[in-house]
Ligand binder design. Sequence first.
Ligand SMILES: [Zn+2]
Ligand SMILES: [Zn+2]
Length: 139
Amino acid sequence: MGIHHTVTVTTRVDDEGTPDERRRVASVTMVCTAEPTDGCRTYPRCDCEVFQWNPLDPRFDREGHERESGRDCWLSEWFENGSAVYAGDDFDDMRDDCVPAIDRTGHIVLAEFHDWPEWKWMGEPSSPDFGSTEEKNDG
Ligand SMILES: [Zn+2]
Ligand SMILES: [Zn+2]
């Protein structure tokens, strides 16, 4: 999943040249290049939020929710809503999404998911091993 998700942060400087000059985040965009059958684009046709994919059954999960591939990346939606929260060590707690005002683009990993997804840049020393996260999501 990690290599399919690229985030680009762009910044701008407000009040340039004044004592109040401050660099701010202008936009945070995420692009998903996952295959239709990848985990982030596969979820229940019934839109149930809790599901456990069954490795032995490509069509239904353990509780009978029908599995549907080729949908929109679920993570994209969180970024579009500004609801994906940055969880790296240099997070900015003045912003709801905690993204620091540093121009950057790169692959991301999902650090945690409680009520919203928390992400980090891939390859940061504190990033979790992505494989284990994906396994948890897939049941
Ligand atoms: Zn269901
Ligand atoms: Zn995706």
